[in-house]
Design a protein around this ligand. Structure first.
Ligand code: KG4
Ligand code: ZN
Length: 357
């Protein structure tokens, strides 16, 4: 197979991409995303039915645009890869049912992709402007996104051992909920926290590194979220000029306090993440770690992991960390097509582990 069309609609975005494999390198020749982010910001988060309605409107224009951008005709596409789950059921259905129809109408093989595994395949994408080595096996993978914080040992393509993951909130959720609490943004809080953290003092506030000493590869971020809430509350009681509260929402008036809170939070999340993933690599005697998922775009995470781990760190370009169809198309090159297209069902509960996440 040489050319794969990828489709990804697991949350609020509608995205399609075309990947081409040349000399064992995967290149993305077109990548189109329609997002309902402005609508979410207005309503304070993703409303599943509304997201699916927007995706229904967007899917055909997005597909038309991606084919146009790639300057390809349908005959030149060898297969269709689609994110089967996990995600919001209404959203997944848009991508999965569209992919099934296209597979039948165009007579192309259909490849179902677990969205979580798909995130890791962003590491196989090679951009001529940012050449990077493709991962080799065995390798430790850390998936850090809005809904997942998982550590996996990959022995080969589609052959992995789940080592551990979050017992409650994901790292991305901790960034998002804290950003909301600090009055920064209702959605996608990670980039905002990272931006303010740039000029903040990460030692200004003492926050916990949950489960850091536990004898496993698990995470827990719910307590950290509560700690930042307690810190903000106590600050607002002490100094109403720097933080005020109205209707359970905080506004941080003092920009340096905001920067310091963001830097302290980011450092606590980063420290917690890297401690366990390095422990996993050392325990399994593996000298490569690959990052994946939206939080993998975080510059401090990449920098500190590089500093503390004496092996190789691989991470996708930031644009391929957050949800995108390029990673789904890339994963398609290493997965099996279905024998019968009509067998495919969207599965909102797919995971990497047998344990519910
Ligand atoms: O992988 P993703 O796009 O969606 C899921 O599958 O969940 O990840 C979204 C998450 C959000 O929590 C967002 O705040 C976080 O990734 N994120 C970041 C950064 N960019 C996105 N977190 C920290 N630093 C960033 N630069
Ligand atoms: Zn994702």
């Amino acid at each position: 197979m040489k050319t794969i069309l990828g489709i990804e609609t697991s949350c609020d975005e509608t995205t399609a991409a075309i990947a081409v494999k040349q000399d064992r390198q995967i290149k993305i020749i077109a990548n189109v995303t329609a997002s309902s982010a402005p609508m979410q910001a207005k309503y304070g988060g993703v409303i599943p039915e509304q997201a699916a309605r927007e995706q229904l409107k967007a899917i055909i224009p997005v597909l038309t645009e991606v084919l146009h951008d790639a300057k390809l005709v349908i005959n030149e596409i060898d297969a269709i890869a689609v994110a089967q789950g996990p995600g919001l059921i209404g959203s997944l259905l848009i991508g999965v049912e569209t992919a099934k129809v296209l597979s039948l109408a165009w007579n192309k093989p259909l490849i179902p992709i677990n969205h979580l595994l798909g995130h890791f395949y962003a590491n196989w994408i090679n951009e001529p402007e940012h050449p990077s080595p493709a991962p080799t096996f065995p390798i430790i993978g850390l998936l850090v996104s809005g809904g997942h914080s998982d550590i996996v040992l990959f022995k080969d393509h589609n052959q992995y051992e789940y080592l551990g993951g979050t017992r409650d909130d994901a790292a991305g959720e901790c960034f998002d909920k804290s950003a909301r609490l600090l009055g920064l943004t209702a959605v996608q809080g990670g980039p905002m926290v990272a931006k303010y953290a740039l000029e903040g003092n990460s030692k200004a506030y003492t926050l916990p590194r949950p489960l850091s000493g536990s004898d496993d590869f698990d995470y827990s971020f719910a307590g950290l979220k509560t700690s930042i809430l307690n810190t903000v509350e106590s600050l607002s009681r002490k100094s109403t000029s720097s933080i005020s509260k109205r209707d359970k929402l905080y506004t941080v008036h003092d920009p340096q306090v905001l920067r310091d809170l963001c830097a302290s939070l980011q450092e606590a999340i980063v420290d917690t993440l890297i401690k366990k993933v390095i422990k996993a690599a050392q325990t399994k005697a593996i000298d490569q770690i690959m990052l994946a998922g939206g939080v993998a775009a975080n510059a401090r995470l990449r920098e500190k992991l590089q500093e503390k781990f004496h092996g190789q760190i691989l991470a996708p370009l930031p644009k391929y960390c957050t949800d995108n169809a390029a990673m789904i198309a890339a994963a398609g090159f290493f997965s099996q097509p279905l024998l019968n297209t009509l067998d495919l069902q969207a599965n909102p509960n797919l995971s990497l582990s047998l344990r519910a996440s």
